[in-house]
Design a binder for this molecule. Structure first.
Ligand SMILES: [Zn+2]
Length: 108
């Protein structure tokens, strides 16, 4: 587990001795501190606020000559937040191209 838990007594990095999964979304562990040797505790972790990624086509990237990050630094344009992209998707709208405003997108 890449989670770092600090000892409330000495601030040292705790060790996890045992780990169980009581349910699909929870993990339970016994915590010790090898630094001071005076801590024994239970740790319970639970996944909450679970979301699943949705990948959206980004064909406009094929026309880019620089990264989106570079474009943002040059002209201060702001990319859509993920929530805004989801709203566009649900409304059946095209994802806007950060590099071209609506007027300058070349007509095919
Ligand atoms: Zn300690």
């Amino acid at each position: 587990m890449a989670l770092e838990i600090k000892c409330p007594f000495c601030g040292g990095k705790c060790n996890i001795r045992t780990s169980e999964r009581p349910t699909l979304l929870t993990v339970q562990a016994r915590i010790y501190c090898q630094n001071c040797g005076t801590l024994q505790a239970d740790f319970v972790g639970q996944l909450t606020n679970i979301k699943r990624a949705l990948f959206i086509d980004c064909n406009e990237a094929e026309r880019w000559s620089k990264t989106e990050k570079e474009q943002i630094q040059e002209d201060g344009k702001r990319p859509l937040t993920n929530d805004e992209r989801i709203a566009q998707f649900r409304a059946g709208k095209e994802q806007p191209d950060l590099f071209h405003s609506e007027e300058t997108i070349p007509k095919h």
